[in-house]
Structure formats: structure tokens, C-alpha cells
Design a protein around this ligand. Structure first.
Ligand code: GDP
Length: 197
């Protein structure tokens, strides 16, 4: 799919204030600093669209970006940022959970996983929670350029093995880099294929 336009629409902390209408939404989530903003900018080809930040865990908002005038990218707050403190983390959890559970427009949730790390309990727990709630999701491995290909393949395999302990069937997954645009076409084609259904 070609991206012909991508524009910021609204940020908020309340799912009831998200845009009206029935356009499909593709939401992106992951631990703070996983590379979510960079990925959104890479996908849309708009460098400053999502706010990347050297300060992890800065954004606590649900951000809507309208793409090609007919679907949304939704940038959800990053989870698991300890410096926020317990109360801050609870707040973020409520925002994330209310969006995911109360937004029928959400067509697929992309869960971002740093390809350099071994499977992290916080991500596995989150994925389990998605399963319990019947949420459609895919996995996006980020920062692939930071690893040699052998290591990258081994890490992805290890992750999939871990998921197989939880799931009979693996979710779709993508290996990406915002640095060299790896996985861009695959992700956009996947979104296009769901949009056409
Ligand atoms: P967010 O907190 O999940 O939105 O993460 P950011 O997109 O702000 O990225 C966090 C840090 O990782 C920044 O320093 C980015 O430059 C870096 N980063 C993000 N994606 C990539 C990538 O694909 N490759 C490399 N080498 N660095 C990345």
C-alpha cells in the first residue's frame, strides 16, 4: 500500500473522546522505548508525526493519526516504565485497557517487541491478557538493524518458541527496523489486506 497522506487528529486519555465514525484502527503498543514512535514515523514516511523521545515513557496519551483518509494508526501509551511509580503505571494501564476493550474500531493491535531482548515477562503477560480477552493482535519485532542476522533469527525463533507454550497457533509477526525500513511493505500490505476484508 502507498501512503498518500498521514495527519495527526487528536490526543486524549479518554476512549470516549476518540474520533467518531467507523474507520478501522490499527493500534501500536509496547514497552517504553521499544521503538514505537520511530516505527509509526517509518510506516507513514513522516519523520515528526509521532513524538519520538530520548525520555522513555513520556507519552501517556492515545494518539490518532488518519492515514490515506480512510484508516487510523493509533499510538497507545508505552507500558512498564518503572519510573512513573505505581500510581502512574495504574493510570496508564487503565487508559490502555479501556481503549483495547472498548474500541470496536480497533481492527488489529500490533504488539512491539525489542528483537534484541530475550522474552520479557511483562510482554508475555500482556499477550496472555490479550488472548484471555479475545483481542486480535500481531507481533512486531523492532530494531532488527541492531543485530547480526544470525542473532536476529535466533532471538525471533526463541520468542516464537515461548509463544508456542501459550498458544496453539502463532499470531502473524513482522521483523522491522525503522533505521532501514525493513518490514515496512509487509506491515502495510498486511493492513491493506485486512482493510479489504
Ligand atoms: P518509543 O518510546 O517506543 O516511542 O521509542 P522511540 O521510537 O522513541 O525509540 C526509542 C529509541 O530507540 C530512540 O533512541 C530511537 O532512535 C531508537 N530506535 C527506534 N527504532 C529503532 C530502529 O529500528 N533501529 C535503531 N537502530 N534504533 C531505533
Amino acid at each position: 500500500m502507498e501512503i498518500t497522506s498521514a495527519e495527526f487528529v487528536i490526543s486524549n486519555t479518554d476512549v470516549r473522546k476518540c474520533p467518531a465514525g467507523n474507520l478501522p484502527e490499527y493500534a501500536f503498543i509496547g514497552r517504553s522505548n521499544v521503538g514505537k514512535s520511530s516505527l509509526i514515523n517509518m510506516l507513514t514516511g513522516r519523520k515528526g508525526l509521532a513524538m519520538t523521545s530520548a525520555t522513555p515513557g513520556k507519552t501517556m496519551l492515545i494518539n490518532h493519526f488518519l492515514v490515506n483518509k480512510n484508516w487510523y494508526i493509533v499510538d497507545l501509551p508505552g507500558y512498564g516504565y518503572a519510573k512513573r511509580g505505581f500510581k502512574g503505571q495504574e493510570q496508564i494501564r487503565n487508559i490502555i485497557e479501556s481503549y483495547i476493550l472498548q474500541r470496536p474500531q480497533m481492527t488489529c493491535l500490533f504488539v512491539l517487541i525489542d528483537s534484541r531482548l530475550e522474552p520479557q515477562p511483562i510482554d508475555l503477560q500482556f499477550i496472555e491478557w490479550l488472548g484471555e480477552n479475545g483481542i486480535p493482535f500481531s507481533i512486531v519485532f523492532t530494531k532488527a538493524d541492531k543485530l547480526k542476522s544470525g542473532r536476529l533469527g535466533a532471538n525471533v525463533e526463541a520468542y516464537l518458541r515461548k509463544l508456542k507454550e501459550q498458544w496453539e497457533e502463532l499470531p502473524p509477526y513482522f521483523v522491522t527496523s525503522s533505521e532501514n525500513r525493513l518490514g515496512r511493505k509487509e506491515l502495510l500490505d498486511y493492513i491493506e489486506s485486512i482493510n479489504k476484508e
